[in-house]
Ligand binder design. Structure first.
Ligand code: GLN
Length: 197
């Protein structure tokens, strides 16, 4: 669990409830022995700066080539994307999943909202998704599967479907905050990705 800034405590709580050993990662040494890393919501520009100053950006890139799994939520999704629109020019793109995201893309007035959505691979009722100044996925590359989307009214009467949960072989991203509800299924899905490898 990346613990530089943002809502890592809520993610850690979800993992604990699932019986998963959790390590709060602040330095490259903390990553030793981790099979997966969650990058939480928060402020992507701040987390970006801390990833670079701590040496973790380099360490994550190295470990991914050795099989580390990644799960990014909201700001975490922005950090993992290959392309960021409306980001700060100096914020890092880890480029771990081939998507283009627009930072704060859901518009200025309605910056936060909730929606119920179906996510492929999650059995049971729809997922209650909490979006807080969330990124909009504007492009999905051929190596990426879309597991869930939301219909959103960007302009009056013009609802578009936007992917909000995507994955490739070892990287999962969501533009909402699964750690802010009591639903553990998306965290469980991520653990399943690691276990089935
Ligand atoms: N808009 C934030 C950013 O750019 C992300 C918001 C969030 O993680 N809730 O980092």
């Amino acid at each position: 669990m990346l613990a530089l800034q943002g809502d890592f405590a809520e993610h850690a709580r979800h993992l604990e409830l699932l019986g998963t050993p959790v390590c709060l990662v602040k330095t490259p040494e903390d990553l030793r022995g981790c099979e997966g890393l969650i990058l939480p919501g928060g402020e992507s520009t701040t987390i970006s700066r801390l990833l670079e100053s701590s040496g973790l950006a380099v360490a994550i890139r190295d470990l991914v080539s050795q099989g580390l799994f990644l799960f990014g939520t909201c700001a975490g999704m922005i950090l993992l994307a290959s392309e960021v629109v409306d980001g700060r020019p100096d914020q890092i793109r880890l480029g771990m999943i081939d998507i283009t995201v627009r930072r704060n893309g859901f518009g200025r007035q309605i910056r936060s909202f909730e929606a119920d959505l179906e996510v492929e691979g999650l059995a049971g009722p729809p997922v209650r998704a909490v979006f807080i100044r969330a990124p909009v996925v504007e492009r999905v590359g051929p190596s990426v599967a879309v597991l869930g989307g939301v219909r959103y009214d960007f302009a009056e009467g013009e609802a578009l479907s936007v992917p909000v949960v995507c994955r490739n072989e070892r990287v999962l991203v969501s533009s909402f905050h699964p750690e802010l509800t009591s639903d553990l299924r998306l965290h469980e899905y991520f653990i399943g990705m690691i276990q089935s490898a």
